[in-house]
Structure formats: structure tokens, C-alpha cells
Design a binder for this molecule. Structure first.
Ligand code: NAD
Length: 310
């Protein structure tokens, strides 16, 4: 049987570390980390996510401020709010929940967030820092994926990794992080030929396609580690809605370790958002000494350690 990588437990451990860092900051006379979440409109799923994020902030001692704006908010007003938040010394993280209403240019809005406060790690400056291995804020889900991998892999150097999915928010950043950890990385997508054969060679499979149970048992070599990022809501035989991942979990028990859905990557995403907010707050209050803080952060150094020790 494969070991189950317990994302909930690992996220709890990360939250404890984050809370301890907040306490240290307060003891050192620093400003309490503050995260602003902006929600435009009434999207039901977004409201749920925002509530979860705000509640999670409270648990670790991060100040959370929610800005709920009506769906007809103009782009100009939204940009003006972000500009104000960029300059506010009590705000260290700004998160604008997507999707935004159609009349708003999402890219423009996300780019208007200061890269130093972009705790989602989506700003082109942070994307550039990630792809050049020069620090910056690492997007939450990819960071969570790496921490989960690190919980079962001591040495990443030379491992064959296959990433299924090449989105900007999951697949590409995960691939960059795995490259940084000295893996040999193959990035695949919907037009990739011979995906089962490619996957079968992998020591590490990260599935982020949003295709329910795409990865079958015979795509997985014995002893591989599988991280299932996919989440799809389907109707179960009992008529109840359930969440399904990208991996046929029951067929993959010959893997060394595997994440469940739910309870794998999902809980890590919010825990990493909190960790990113605290790192941003520290960096912003240390005259922009970002890179040093980032080397202490539960991010790059954690999974590049194996590589640098080699
Ligand atoms: P996306 O739709 O932006 O990208 C999907 C990628 O998968 C594309 O590159 C596409 O080419 C590839 N793909 C799709 N079907 C495929 C197939 N049959 N074979 C091979 N490749 C295929 O999706 P995304 O935003 O990257 O999200 C991917 C999945 O991860 C979704 O299920 C999403 O809900 C989930 N997700 C989970 C979390 C979390 O916190 N757990 C966070 C983000 C995304």
C-alpha cells in the first residue's frame, strides 16, 4: 500500500510555524502581518474561498481585512483601491479573488498589485523571479506541492519528474520549482503524445490537469511519488456531489506515496498563503531584504536543501 501524504496534518504543522513567526514579529516590535482580500461581485464559490482565507488568518494571528465591492465596481475604482493598499504600511499581502466581473481586465488588476505584496505570486515580477531562481513570492499551490513532496523525498537531485498540466498557476511554477530542486522535468499537457509512457518513467508525478482519474494505475511505476492537484466536482452514484482528483487513487497503491483528494494539496494552498503573507510582512519591514527572508521561508530553501547539500 502506498503511504498517504496527509495534507491536512502537514498544513497544520506549517500553520504552527507561521503562527510562531507572527508571535516572534510582535515580540520584536514589528507590525502584525496584514492580508487584504478583495472580492468583487457575488460569485458563490469565491465567497466561500474568501471566508476560509479570512478564518485561516485569524488562527495564525494575521490581521485580515476584507473589501467586498459590488459587481458593478469600475476598473478605475478597483485600481485606486489597490494603489491605496500598495502604499499602506499595515498591509503586507493583497489578494484579489478571481474571477473578476467581465468589464474588468483581470491581468491589469493583478499586475497593479505591488510585487512585494503579491502573496499569490502571480505578478510577472514574481513569475520572473521564480523562473530565474532569484527569490520572490512562490505561488501558493505549487509551494504546497513542493512541501508535500519534501515530506516523503529526501533527495530530489536527478529524479525524473513529470508534471501533467502547464497552467501559469500550477503546472509551470511546479515545473520551475522541480527544476530548481535539480529534477529532470517533463511538462505535459492535453496535446502531449504518449502521456502514459512518459508518466511511467517518472519518480515524481504531479497531476494538475483537472481531468478526473486521468492517471491510471498502469501509468505509475512502482515506488513513484504522486501529488494529485486536480479537483473536479462530480455527482456520485449516491446522488451526492463529491470531489475527484486527477489520479485513480485505488489503482495507484504500488506508488511509494500519494496525496488523497480531498485532504492533500487543497489544505496546503491556504497554509502557504498565510506563510507567504508573513514572509512578505517580514521582508517589507526589513528594508526590502526579501531574498534573505525568502531563504528562511518555508519555500525554496526547504526543497533546494537536498540539491545544495549534494
Ligand atoms: P487549467 O485548466 O488552467 O490547466 C489544465 C492543464 O492541464 C492544461 O495545461 C491542459 O493542457 C492540461 N490538461 C487538461 N486535460 C488534460 C489531459 N486529459 N491530459 C493531459 N493534460 C491535460 O487548470 P489549473 O488551474 O492548472 O488547475 C488544474 C487542476 O488543479 C484543476 O482541477 C483545479 O481545480 C486544480 N487546482 C487545485 C488547487 C488546490 O488548491 N488544490 C489549486 C489550483 C488548481
Amino acid at each position: 500500500m502506498a503511504d498517504i501524504i496527509d495534507g491536512r496534518a502537514i498544513a497544520r504543522q506549517l500553520d504552527e510555524k507561521t503562527k510562531a513567526q507572527v508571535d516572534e514579529m510582535i515580540a520584536a516590535g514589528m507590525t502584525r502581518p496584514g492580508l487584504v482580500v478583495i472580492l468583487v461581485g457575488e460569485d458563490g464559490a469565491s465567497q466561500v474561498y474568501v471566508r476560509r482565507k479570512i478564518k485561516a488568518c485569524e488562527k495564525v494571528g494575521i490581521n485580515s481585512i476584507e473589501h467586498r465591492l459590488p459587481a458593478d465596481t469600475s476598473q478605475e475604482d478597483l485600481l485606486a483601491l489597490i494603489d491605496k493598499l500598495n502604499k499602506d504600511p499595515e498591509v503586507h499581502g493583497i489578494l484579489c479573488q478571481v474571477p473578476l466581473p467581465e468589464h474588468i481586465d483581470t491581468r491589469l488588476v493583478l499586475r497593479s498589485i505591488s510585487p512585494e505584496k503579491d502573496v499569490d505570486g502571480f505578478h510577472p515580477v514574481n513569475v520572473g523571479r521564480l523562473s530565474t531562481g532569484t527569490g520572490g513570492i512562490v505561488p501558493c499551490t505549487p509551494l504546497g506541492v513542493m512541501i508535500l513532496l519534501q515530506s516523503v523525498i529526501d533527495d530530489f537531485v536527478g529524479k525524473d519528474a513529470v508534471v501533467i498540466g502547464k497552467s501559469n498557476i500550477v503546472g509551470k511554477p511546479v515545473a520551475n520549482l522541480l527544476l530548481d530542486a535539480e529534477c529532470t522535468v517533463t511538462v505535459t499537457h492535453i496535446y502531449t503524445h504518449g502521456l502514459p509512457e512518459i508518466a511511467r518513467k517518472a519518480d515524481i508525478i504531479v497531476a494538475a490537469a483537472g481531468a478526473p482519474e486521468l492517471v491510471k494505475g498502469d501509468w505509475v511505476k512502482p515506488g513513484a511519488v504522486i501529488i494529485d492537484v486536480g479537483i473536479t466536482r462530480i455527482m456520485g452514484d449516491d446522488g451526492k456531489e463529491k470531489l475527484v482528483g486527477d489520479v485513480a487513487f485505488d489503482e495507484c497503491q504500488h506508488a511509494k506515496a500519494i496525496t488523497p483528494v480531498p485532504g492533500g494539496v487543497g489544505p496546503m494552498t491556504i497554509a502557504c498563503l498565510l506563510a507567504n503573507t508573513v514572509q512578505a510582512a517580514k521582508a517589507l519591514q526589513s528594508n526590502g531584504a526579501r531574498d534573505d527572508h525568502y531563504h528562511d521561508a518555508p519555500s525554496r530553501s526547504m526543497f533546494t536543501k537536498a540539491a545544495t547539500n549534494a
